[in-house]
Design a protein around this ligand. Sequence first.
Ligand SMILES: CC(C)(COP(=O)(O)OP(=O)(O)OC[C@H]1O[C@@H](n2cnc3c(N)ncnc32)[C@H](O)[C@@H]1OP(=O)(O)O)[C@@H](O)C(=O)NCCC(=O)NCCS
Length: 331
Amino acid sequence: MSLIERIKAKAALNPKRIVLPEGDEERTIRAAAIIQKEGLAVPVLLGNAAVILKKAEELGADIEGIELIDPESSPQAETYTEALYELRRAKGLSREEAAKLVKDPMYFGIMMVKLSHADGLVSGAAHTTGDMLRPALQIIKTKPGMKVVSSSFLMDCPNKELGENGLLVYADCVVMPCPTAEELAHIAVSAAETARTLCDIKEPRVAMLSFSTKGSAKHELVTKVQEATAMAHELAPELLLDGEMQLDAALIPEIGQSKAKGSPVAGRANVLIFPDLQAGNIGYKITQRIGGAECFAVLQGLAKPCNDLSRGCSVEDIVSTVAMTCVQAQN
Ligand SMILES: CC(C)(COP(=O)(O)OP(=O)(O)OC[C@H]1O[C@@H](n2cnc3c(N)ncnc32)[C@H](O)[C@@H]1OP(=O)(O)O)[C@@H](O)C(=O)NCCC(=O)NCCS
């Protein structure tokens, strides 16, 4: 079974209620029909019911039985307005502005999750990452004890000798352009949790990546990764985590042995923490495009699961992301 097949099987064991704010978007409608049919989650589509039903009919998508909610006319709008106003008034949001925002399906969906009227949210087929992330960051906020929201890419590589039988978790590749040492430490701890939850990796082995291994180079960028490594040890003393190290020292046993002798991680890492977003984003695309890996992105560190899609996503990408969100919600 591939990684995504395993995730779907896990999702189907306990389907959670996942809200899709882009309910009138064609790929989303098709995906909702598949999700319902395969029992991967209980999808809820936001938008005008007449528009959604007409599109579904044109597409030949069977969405009978799927709950449709129109933020424009929902009786919950008042509850969400009041809750949003209370949450953001200290930041200068007026009640009128809150009322206007909850008519926006993205904010309405985020409020559903915030008030536990849904277990998770998936969006981004028709919105940018920032459009979806900003309300999630402002309203859902981070998990207790977690300083930042970041992302992990689950990389299913053809070379089964790498990582955990070909599986590697990369972070952060989407959210934080230039994390501080402390933020990098939190990203590392989150990514280890993602490896456990979504990849069933029982023993995450986390490598803090750099262009230096164990002091082989001296530079302020290397110092930052060394500091992040020390902070991550304090945050999660039980976690197998080591750094700073180069990518080859992290992945290849002989190189790990020679460059970082005695490290519990070097040569056998299954979670890779990149020092910044440029490295992470380029790194996952090299693995995908040149290395032929299949990759799946999730957000981590949020108090409740919300995930972003790429605007170029396929129907299958939406189905997979909903399944991953469902598994995150189960945990
Ligand atoms: C995530 C992102 C959208 C936040 O943008 P922003 O609107 O400038 O964020 P702000 O600094 O105004 O912060 C908004 C709120 O989110 C919080 N926040 C921002 N980043 C956060 C993070 N990583 N974790 C937790 N909270 C965060 C802020 O504390 C703030 O909260 P507050 O309003 O309650 O005080 C921005 O970092 C971003 O664009 N990242 C890159 C995303 C991207 O383009 N990726 C491309 C790869 S696909």
